[in-house]
Design a protein around this ligand. Structure first.
Ligand SMILES: CC(C)(COP(=O)(O)OP(=O)(O)OC[C@H]1O[C@@H](n2cnc3c(N)ncnc32)[C@H](O)[C@@H]1OP(=O)(O)O)[C@@H](O)C(=O)NCCC(=O)NCCS
Length: 153
């Protein structure tokens, strides 16, 4: 963990009441952000939805979908002022624990090749590249590939 994270964030379940705050963060982070429906659907589907609070403020959030023996990380996001102090790493750790508790043996995720910060985060956490999904993401220039990464847990 980053030496800067002196106090661990409080990681708790996400609730519907959190979604407006989460959307405000989401819209600052992504050119193609998740919609309110993506978050409400994730909660309704029973996905592992978590927020990380620092000083009572939502600093980060994430969504993990459980499958048979596999967990799929669908979203992990840290508000800009809270980045680079270890919060995503802490959230990832929490999701890996939940995946193990749900009997998964692998965590999968997709990431844009251009997302240097996220790729570094996942490598730092032990993920490795599995394959490339061609033309996976929307992009102003057409489509961007996704790198499928995996972690055996
Ligand atoms: C990617 C993201 C989640 C990282 O969150 P974070 O809380 O800042 O990450 P951490 O502080 O836990 O970083 C852990 C490690 O990841 C790597 N890392 C994180 N951000 C980085 C950056 N901007 N540049 C290079 N490496 C980075 C580093 O190795 C870091 O360890 P270090 O700080 O000891 O060097 C955050 O930048 C973010 O929310 N980005 C926008 C949303 C996004 O792209 N989400 C992922 C979609 S796939």
């Amino acid at each position: 963990m980053s030496a800067l994270l002196k106090n661990l964030p409080k990681i708790r379940p996400m609730y519907g009441i959190d979604i407006d705050t989460i959307l405000a963060i989401e819209n600052t982070l992504y050119p193609y952000p998740w919609t309110k429906g993506n978050f409400t659907d994730s909660l309704a589907a029973g996905y592992e939805c978590r927020v990380a609070e620092c000083g009572g403020e939502i600093a980060a959030y994430g969504v993990l979908m459980m499958g048979v023996k596999e967990a799929h990380l669908l979203n992990i996001s840290v508000a800009t002022p809270w980045q680079r102090i270890g919060i995503a790493s802490e959230l990832l750790r929490c999701f890996i624990v939940r995946a193990k508790e749900n009997d998964a043996d692998t965590v999968l995720l997709e990431v844009r090749p251009s997302n240097i910060a996220a790729r570094a985060l996942y490598k730092h956490a032990g993920f490795s590249d599995l394959t490339v999904r061609r033309n996976y993401y929307p992009d102003p220039a057409g489509k961007e590939d996704a790198i499928l990464m995996s972690l055996v847990i």
